[in-house]
Design a protein around this ligand. Structure first.
Ligand code: ATP
Ligand code: MG
Length: 402
């Protein structure tokens, strides 16, 4: 059983650093949020640390708030890594089954994954995680969990996910500098996926799109396995910048207009209708349609880039459980409608699942997913989010030790 049942997820985001502390409710699969704290931080650009001290200070502030709010002392966290330096690599491993009775043991599975993980990488790259796609036992393909099967030769096809080491070092430095320890580092859209997707969606085929401020994370699953992931270098702050430039207004005003009046689809009848608000000065005559056209263009571009990624794995328009939108950027009204049109897939908003009371803030998906991943990794028996076999392997091989 997981120790203390309390887990902390630290989302080092481009807009804010967010810290969530969760607790498993007794004997249930549900969780409660003990504290959620955020601090605006400009020390991250497009997913990577550009000012270590600012990030560290923001984390310290979140930890302080969390302790005041929940009475829990946060010592260590699961943290996300983001940025377009994240890469994927398919690999293959092969081992001989070790036991005399030729029954495949957990140790054999760990060894074959380890073998698949050992491929040559430039010195500035590192593997963060490894996801088994399938196992092959004595030539028989398509095996999901070979534990206990009879065989002589065990092979594994895996998808490894890695990053540029200098970026991961800066991130871990920023966290360690704040006085926290790191339990694990998880790629951002995988953390969000853990929080918002159902096992059934993952089984049928689904993409999660975490629309943040300066990045959009994509993770694609099928038959329970991760099949693709990518970090797109644009997010909802690009919309704010577009609004500021095209309407020639201050960036803070642009952000406010986006949040208060924004939408992804224009439905009005009066094309010249102006936005009326106290904070807009008289000189600013902003047409609602104009605003929505700007937003629609940029959000469509995000979906277009996501589509290009789906095309790389031949899943464009071909995921039965569609695309699940999360992150702060998914709060724009009518974004689901636009996603359906542009991505030609079913779509829904993804909120962190399994929380009591229900969690309604999509921008907390990554932080909640990080804390939930902590639960999976430390309590292998439940391992709901990753699938039993993946979690078992991750528990043994989860490679990040700062
Ligand atoms: N109600 C809202 N309507 C529209 N946009 C919103 C709303 N609330 C937040 N956003 C946008 O969501 C973005 C922040 O989302 P989020 O908190 O997921 O980003 P982040 O995780 O800090 O950034 P990143 O993932 O890029 O590192 C901001 O650009 C903000 O304008
Ligand atoms: Mg984010």
């Amino acid at each position: 059983m997981a120790k203390n049942h309390v887990f902390a997820g630290l989302d080092v985001g481009g807009n804010e650093v967010k810290l969530v502390i969760i607790q498993q409710l007794d004997d249930k699969d549900d969780f409660q949020i003990l504290s959620q704290n955020r601090e605006v931080c400009s020390g991250i650009r497009r997913g990577v640390v550009i000012n270590l001290q600012e990030v560290s200070d923001a984390i310290i502030s979140c930890v302080k708030q969390a302790q005041e709010q929940s009475d829990k002392k946060v010592k260590s966290v699961y943290v996300n890594i983001d940025g377009s330096h994240i890469f994927l690599a398919a690999s293959h491993g092969l081992v001989s089954v070790s036991r005399a009775d030729q029954k495949i043991s957990q140790e054999d599975i760990n060894r074959v994954i380890h073998a698949a993980q050992t491929f040559s990488l430039p010195s500035n790259k590192e593997i963060l995680d490894v996801f088994p796609k399938e196992f092959v036992v004595d030539g028989e393909k398509g095996i999901r969990d070979p534990l206990g099967m009879q065989g002589v030769r065990l092979e594994a096809d895996v998808l490894a996910i890695g990053c540029l080491s200098p970026y991961s070092k800066n991130l871990t430095e920023a966290v360690l500098e704040s006085g926290l320890q790191i339990d694990g580092v998880i790629v951002n859209p995988l953390a969000s996926a853990r929080a918002v997707l159902t096992d059934r969606e993952r089984e049928l085929g689904v993409a999660v799109l975490d629309i943040g401020s300066s990045t959009t994370g994509l993770a694609v699953f099928e038959e329970g396995n991760l099949i693709h992931a990518a970090i797109l270098p644009l997010g909802s702050f690009n919309i704010t910048k577009d609004i500021a430039i095209l309407l020639r207004i201050d960036i803070d005003e642009a952000e406010r207009i986006k949040v208060e009046f924004g939408s992804c689809v224009w439905r009005g009848s009066k094309k010249k209708e102006k936005i009326k608000s106290d904070f807009l000065s008289e000189r600013l005559q902003v047409s609602k349609k104009n605003l929505i056209d700007i937003i629609e263009a940029r959000v469509s571009e995000i979906f277009e880039q996501a589509n290009k990624e789906l095309k790389k794995v031949s899943r464009q328009g071909l995921l039965p459980s569609g695309v699940v939108l999360t992150g702060g950027g998914a709060k724009l009204p009518k974004i689901v409608e636009l996603a359906k049109k542009e991505m030609k897939l079913p779509s829904r908003i993804g909120l962190p699942r399994d929380f009591v009371p229900p969690q309604e803030d999509s921008s907390l998906a990554a932080a909640c997913g990080l804390a939930l991943s902590g639960f999976d990794l430390e309590d292998v028996s439940s391992a709901s989010g990753l699938g039993g076999i993946a979690a078992k392997i991750k528990k043994v091989f989860h490679p990040f030790i700062p």
